[in-house]
Design a protein around this ligand. Structure first.
Ligand code: SF4
Ligand code: SF4
Length: 243
């Protein structure tokens, strides 16, 4: 039931993407920064960072439109894209992009102001034909990696939003804030591998359970698919104060 609700939310989020896409745009945040404007994507990325201090990567697992698109792609290619080192590409992209945002903001003109609807048409992102060309270009960028490499490859390799949440979760742990995580009772695991098959991030959940590493995994999006599929109820959500 929980996974049906989760996937339905993700699908609705993806269907609303033509309305919301500019609120996740890494380009518009730079464009706005050049005019000293804090735009919609700036506000959304700040909220993601704040949310992740308490909820980890729950945004990715339950609400992200790009996640919704990629989980549809799992029906075509369901192999794991998790390759460890290759996942670091997204941090390189993120550092270059954040540097560009900061430099552009420093060099920007005008007084600083907040405009959540910057470059939208009454709050709606995609309206004209030119915008649709950009929109479908972004859709291709998001969907081709999982179709070639497997489960949620875009999240693993190129997502510019994931590092906000990985860093936010880490900061939450440093500050000893209460935080959602997945906990495992290693002793009761059957090693059946059902969790591996269901994990939309293609993680080796069985191995992480055996090694007691699941709660610290930065690629886990807290979707709960492993919890819901496990026949022995080995895994569960827990909200804890980290020490
Ligand atoms: S589904 Fe449960 S019992 Fe099976 S390998 Fe995963 S954690 Fe172990
Ligand atoms: S390890 Fe479990 S909670 Fe984390 S992404 Fe995989 S299925 Fe979802």
């Amino acid at each position: 039931m929980r996974q049906t609700v989760r996937k339905t939310i993700l699908l609705i989020s993806f269907l609303l993407f033509p309305v919301t896409i500019w609120y996740f745009s890494p380009y518009l945040i730079i464009r706005a920064a050049s005019e000293h404007i804090m735009n919609g994507s700036f506000i959304v990325f700040c909220l993601m960072f704040f949310l992740s201090m308490f909820m980890g990567r729950t945004w990715c697992g339950y609400f992200c439109p790009a996640g919704g698109l990629q989980e549809c792609a799992i029906r075509i290619k369901d192999t794991s894209a998790f390759k460890g080192k290759r996942d670091r590409i997204k941090y390189v992209i993120w550092i270059l992009w954040i540097t560009a945002v900061v430099v552009t903001f420093i060099l920007g003109r005008n007084d600083v102001r907040i405009d959540p609807f910057f470059m939208t048409d009454h709050g709606i992102s995609v309206t004209g034909i030119n915008n649709y060309v950009v929109y479908y270009g972004v859709i291709m960028l998001l969907v081709i990696p999982p179709l070639i490499h497997g489960k949620r490859a875009t999240c693993h390799y190129i997502c510019w939003m994931a590092p906000f949440m990985v860093i936010g979760s880490t900061v939450g742990r440093w500050l000893h804030l209460p935080q959602l995580h997945i906990e495992a009772e290693t002793d009761t695991c059957l090693s059946c591998g059902k969790c591996n098959r269901e994990c939309p991030m293609g993680l080796d959940v069985r191995k992480m359970v055996a090694e007691g590493k699941i709660s610290g995994c930065s690629e886990c999006i807290e979707c709960g698919a492993c919890i819901d599929t496990c026949p022995k109820k080995v895994l569960k959500y827990k909200f804890v104060w980290r020490r």
